[in-house]
Every structure is written in C-alpha cells, then in structure tokens.
Design a protein around this ligand. Sequence first.
Ligand code: 5U1
Length: 680
Amino acid sequence: MKTHSPTVEQQIESLRSTLQSHNHRYYVLDDPSVPDAEYDRLFQQLKSLEQQFPELVVPDSPTQRVGGMALEGFSQITHEMPMLSLDNAFNESDMQDFDRRVHERLGLDLDQPVVYGCEPKLDGIAVSLLYRNGILERGATRGDGSTGEDITLNVRTIPSIPLRLLGGDWPLVLEVRGEIYMPKQGFQSFNERALKQGEKPFVNPRNAAAGSLRQLDPKITARRPLEMCAYSVGLVEQGSLPESHTEILLQLQQWGLKINPEMKAVEGVAACLEYYLQLSERRNQLPYEIDGIVFKVNDILQQRKLGFVSRAPRWAIAHKFPAQEEMTILEDVEFQVGRTGAVTPVARLKPVFVGGVTVSNATLHNMDEVERLDVRIGDSVIIRRAGDVIPQIVSVILEQRPVDAKIVELPSDCPVCGALVERIEGEAAARCSGGLSCGAQRKEAIKHYVSRKAMDIDGLGDKLVELLVDNGQIKQLYDLYSLEHPKVAGLERMGDKSAENLLQAIEKSRFTTLPRFLYGLGIREVGETTAKSLVRYFGSLEAIREADEEQLQAVPDVGPIVAHHVRVFFQQPHNLEILDGLIAAGVHWPVVELPTVDQQPLNGKTYVLTGTLETLTRGEAKEKLEQLGAKVSGSVSKKTDCLVAGPGAGSKLTKAQGLGIDVIDEPQLLKIFEDYAEAF
Ligand code: 5U1
C-alpha cells in the first residue's frame, strides 16, 4: 500500500497534540512521560515549523502561552453567573448545624446521611476560565463576585491550565472555576532568589499568587511557579455534565484540568469531621498551603433544591483551620547571644493565639531583617506560625504605627558581657567580640560540646550547663572534666545518683572520635560532615591545626569561608589553650588510618558524568568520586566502568547503553557516597 508523507498541517497538529499530552502528564498529573530534553526537542520542532508557516499559528498552540505586549491595565468583565463565596464553620458544632440545616431543607431525617464532596481549601486566588468549543477564551479574577478583571494573558502562561481541552464531548461553553496558587516549594525558591537579588520577598504563598496574577506583563507571570486547581463549574451551554459534584470534577480532569488529588465523596457529617481531622494532621506535609476543608452536598439536584442565601450557597461550607497568621503588637525587642557570638534580635509580642498555640516571642533573625521589615517597637505586626516552624513577623501594618513607635537599635555592647558588638561588612549577623569570655557564648559552646552529635554527654542538659556556668563550677570547657561529685550532687534537683551518672557520662566521653571532637569545638561553619571531611583528608588534629587556608581548601566541601574560619579558630591562643586543656584532661581518640590508594573503594574505576545533577554540582561529584579513588573522565569508552546520568543525558547515555556499561542516576551516586561516609 502506498503511504503519503504527512502534510505540514498534519505534522504541526501532531506535534501540538503530543506536546499537549506531555504537558498534561507533567503539570497536571505530576507524572512526566518523557525526559525534559525530548519535550524541548519537540517544542523546538513545532516552533521552527510555525516560524516557517506563520499562517498556521493558532492561539491555543503550546508555543503561544507567553506572548503579546504588556497591558496598560486590566479590563473589567462581568461574570454571567456570579462567583459565590463560602460560609465558614469554625468548629464541630458549626458543622453539625450546617448538616442539620441541609437535612431540614431537603426534607430528610437526620439518620439519612447526605453525601458530601470533600476537598482542601487552597490558599490562593479564585479564578474563572471560560472555554468555548474546548479552547480557552478568557481568564478572570473573582473580583466582587459579579465583576472581575480580565487576566487572560496571565492565566495562559500557567502550564497546568490547558489552552485547549483534551478529549471531546465538552459543552460548547464551559466555565471552569478554581484556585490559582503558588506551591510551597516554588514560593520558597522564589523568595530565596528575590532576597539574593535584593528584592522584596512575598509575605506568603497567597500574596505571591495574587501579586503574580496582577502583573501587567505576562512575561513576568510566566516566570512565577503558579498552578491551578479546578473546584467547580459556572456557565455551561449546549452540553451536559454528570449529576454529582465529584463526578463533574473527574470529568474536568478527563478534559485536562488539574483537580485536587485529596478530593473524595463521604457519607454523613461524621465522615466529614474525620476527613477534616485526617487532613489537618497532614496539612504541613502537603505541597501547597490550605486554610480549611470545603464540604459540598454532592448531588447536583440536591444542590439546586438548597439554593443560595445572599452570596453563598446553602449546599457548601468551608471548615476553617485555626489561622496561621494573626495580628499583634510588638512590645519589645531583646538581643540574645549565641554560640558563635551572633547577637540576634528577638521580638517580644503581646501574646496571640496563632496556628493552634499562644505565641509571645518571634525571631527577627538579624538587623537586616529588622530594617527590611521596617519594624518598630509599638507596631502592629502580622505573625505567622506554620507547622513547627519558629514564629515569624511577616509584615508591619504601617497605617497603625503609633506616633511614639521606637526604632530598634542594635546595642553597641553585648547585653551579656559588655564587650563591643561588631557588625562585619558582608555578614548578616552582628557579633559580640567577647569570645569565650562572654558568659552567653561560653554556655552555648558547652551545650554544643556536650550535645549528642559531638561528645554525647548524657544527663547534661541546657539548664544544668547554665547552672554550672552561673555558679562558677565551669569556667572553661575543660573544667567539665574536673567536676566534683559533692558539688554536683548539691545542685538543685540533682542528688547522689544523678551526679554519679553524670560524672560517669563525662568520664565516658573522654574516649571519643576525632570528627566528633572537632565538631564539638564549635568552629564556625564546621558541621558534622565538614568535620568528617577534614579528618578524612588530614588524618590528625595536629595536621588540621597547622594547615593554611590553601591546604584547607583542598578538602572536598571546604571553600574559602570555611577554610578562613578554621584557620582563624586555630590561630587564637585562647582556643589553643582550651584544646590543650581538653587533651590534658584526657580527651583522646583512636589514631585515624587514612586509606592507602589500594584501599580506596573505587580505586581503578572510571566514571563519566552526564546530564544535569540536581543536588550536587559536577565539580562536587567529581571531587567526591576522586576522593573514593575513582578516575573521572569526560567521555564514554570501553574503559568506562560507570556512567552517572542525570536528566537531559543524551549521546553519552546512548553510547554507554550500547557498550553495556553500568548506568546509575544521581540518587544511586549519592547512596555510594553515603555508604562510604558510613563506613568511615
Ligand atoms: N476547594 C474549594 N475551594 N473553593 C472555594 N471548593 C470551593 N468552592 C468555592 C470556593 C469559593 O465556591 C463554591 C461555591 C463553588
């Protein structure tokens, strides 16, 4: 049979529907079907064909998401069907009342359970998307419910919003309603980038979504990590939809829209309350912010019978979670001194109930943050407490600033020891210059030294350290090892047995490992991993102590800043005196045997790196592999033992597969590093 090559129109159409389907799998179903590189290749093919045949470009082509000029302003649109809001329930009894009202209006007995559709209430911006003949025609904000703003150009840039619906059989006119939001991860990365570039970060993901949609230039919106989740329909013409709310959402999903994966139908109000409890426990693990659960009578006929009251339907309710943001007054700012001398401003607040607990303190991080927030004592502030995160001041209500609001000033002298407080250029933290002569730094240094990952001295908690420093039993770290039983036993809430146990634990800590000891010294920027790397490289404390910054930087993981801090630490006579004191007190460790070349686990193996690595740079991966004895080569050959392939890997991967060479991905490479670190 004779075959015809496809026409340009057919090629273009095929590329469009393939790209649309990949897009749907990636952004809507979170289940990518092809590597990014393949998507990019198809996209470029389509773009190039469209450039050659501009008359074939259509607005719903995947290449046309971002385009056009910035607007002068948004035009107003009228919602053909008003966009409603929801009544709120704040507790179980509000929910029971809602269910009772539903039963009464439907003429049902209370023992006949109503079926409710349940789903999280996303903390974003409500929008309407109008599809005509399956093609996205208009996107609009909710506005006041009757009139909103035309944000079509901006919604078109959001990858989880289909420009044309999938499948067929859609109504001629279909208005989809839902929430545009910024997932937590995207919000965090966006703010980190903004802060790095000296720009103002967003206060929360909701404001970030609102701010992003309010952009007059769609190119800016396109760069924001926004998503859209559908939760209902508005206008529907010439076509029919299923008879229950949850089935309608499943139908929208079939047409390519994203719906919430937590959506489900349950029977009766008790099951609604159970759903609420279960989701509130998982709230902090969800990848997006939610502020409650929405319950809707599932049967559309029952919804019609129930109708509306003012602007809210009688068939739906939002059961809200306790607020994660509240307003309160900043009563004072105090300064705390940490282990490394960092002088940190801490906000003392008028107690306020937020995120399920009463909050009276919040961190202000450093003076840059105080200045960025422009916060003054006496100000009304918004406090946020999400999950177990330390409460934060997110913004100041400037309109409510009292005339006598006091500017927050960094003290010139340390509030604990009186030494000068210094603000070093390029560093966010201000520091007390008192070093270990500062009581606060000494206490923190001891707490760190005895902590689990360092010397692991059981029974020596923070309170006891404070007591021992305050009553003069410990002046320097090494005094730990000359504590006397009667004096310890005489301390508040101690006694003979606890004192004995504590002294035994201290005794036991004399025999440790060099990485633990090094970490326990509390050198700035030297965490557990860096301590291990230093020991693995130099083998002894003497060698680390003598190393200059250049030699230190030869250690994997050690850059100029860490090298500088290590060098400075070992240059301070005071620190050397403490070190020698600890060793004189009997702290010791086994001699570290540096692996000889033939003991290195990857000795003689050749690795090749290709594609993108997500958690490591190429340089870091190479360094670590070399440290394990491997040779890292730039090209694949018969001599290659293993190819590490990240996303976007191309010809090297094909070649390695052809030669039957082992191929691993980044997580497998990390596992090799981890296994070696454990063996160390
Ligand atoms: N999940 C969900 N959020 N939300 C918000 N469903 C839902 N329904 C809403 C609103 C305003 O309104 C209904 C009346 C359609």
